[in-house]
Design a protein around this ligand. Structure first.
Ligand code: PMV
Length: 331
């Protein structure tokens, strides 16, 4: 058994189907090449230690028997609950003689937690992967997803789990809530232009607001979700044919529905319009809305113009590649 293990998982971007995925429709998510790295070290003493500078956690330490209990600081929640769920799930394995002591975990991210690339899901997946490696316990991908999804529901009580699937499987996925379907899509590299609003979106609050709206206007919102569902199905085909023009048009349609849901923001919408006006095939927000990022697809000749337009609208262009590799052992 090794003493120390380093793993990494990719961030993600939602391409199509946000919000509707929470209501049973499929979505399309892609893993991005900005990764979160996690180092786990075995300790002789039964303690859990955590250092996660990006989310303000330094020198966090508690007895292993207290993991998952009491007040847990926000930045430590996903890693600690993932550890707690791993310990519970792997209880029989942990009765082995060679297992014991504690763990020290350190996370380092290539991307800011404010981008909305899914640092919480990447850290959850990295925690589980690192623990399975260090304790030499093989967890099949599907079971892996289930422990991770339970962790997310334990921490925030809602979510489809699309971001976890992206961190585990990588690539680009056709995904149905709770991992009911996780289908890797064979797509060419998408020349996606990503613009960050500079504002951190509060996903849980936005999802709850949409739920309230659904309670007030169930029929109308159901129609919106059905419409988004159809767009996702068509986008799956357009992407597989590498039909960027059609993919762009579908992004515009999807954005229209997201505007109707009330989850875009003035900043997101201006960045989306700026991209379209400067030659993009299409553009939309990505994720919960309210902030985080928008994405645009443009012909190569228009890329620079679109990037400039996004910046002029107040956005920060992030250089990322899609279709990145899923969680992996670094050494
Ligand atoms: O804000 P993000 O990037 O985590 O995306 C949220 C996407 C939703 O569909 C609104 C919620 C979910 O869990 O699928």
């Amino acid at each position: 058994m090794s003493k120390q293990v380093t793993v990494s998982a990719p961030g993600k971007l939602m391409l199509f189907g946000e919000h509707a995925v929470v209501y049973g429709k499929p979505c399309i998510v892609t893993a991005v090449d900005q990764r979160l790295k996690l180092i786990v070290e075995k300790l002789d003493e039964p303690f859990f230690e955590l250092e996660a500078k990006d989310v303000g956690i330094l020198g966090y330490k508690k007895p292993l028997s207290e993991v998952g209990k009491g007040e847990i600081p926000k930045g430590a929640k996903f890693v600690e609950i993932a550890l707690s769920n791993f310990l519970k799930k792997m209880d029989p394995a942990f009765r082995r003689d060679d297992v014991g002591g504690g763990v020290k975990i350190k996370t380092v991210s290539q991307f800011k937690s404010t981008f909305g690339f899914g640092s919480s899901s990447a850290s959850t997946i990295c925690t589980l992967k690192a623990l399975s490696e260090i304790y030499n316990i093989l967890i099949p991908k599907k079971e892996f997803f289930e422990i991770a999804y339970k962790t997310v529901l334990d921490v925030q009580g809602l979510g489809s789990g699309f971001d976890l699937a992206a961190a585990i499987y990588g690539g680009t996925l056709f995904f149905v809530t709770g991992g009911k379907m996780i289908e890797p899509l064979k797509i060419k590299d998408l020349p996606l232009i990503v613009g960050f609003t500079g504002v951190k979106a509060d996903t849980a609050t936005i999802v709850k607001d949409v739920k309230k709206r659904f309670e007030h206007y169930p029929k109308q919102l159901k129609n919106i979700y059905d419409g988004i569902g159809l767009i996702v199905e068509e986008a799956k085909i357009a992407l597989s044919k590498n039909d960027l023009e059609k993919t762009g048009r579908l992004m515009n349609l999807n954005q229209g529905y997201l505007e109707a849901l009330g989850v875009s923001s003035e900043k997101l919408s201006s960045m989306v319009y700026a991209a379209r006006m400067s030659g993009a095939y299409g553009a939309k927000l990505s994720g919960a809305g309210g902030g985080d990022c928008m994405v645009a697809l443009a012909p190569p000749t228009k890329n620079k113009a679109v990037e400039k337009a996004i910046e002029k609208a107040g956005g920060q262009v992030l250089k990322v590649k899609v279709n990145a590799e899923g969680v992996r052992l670094e050494r």
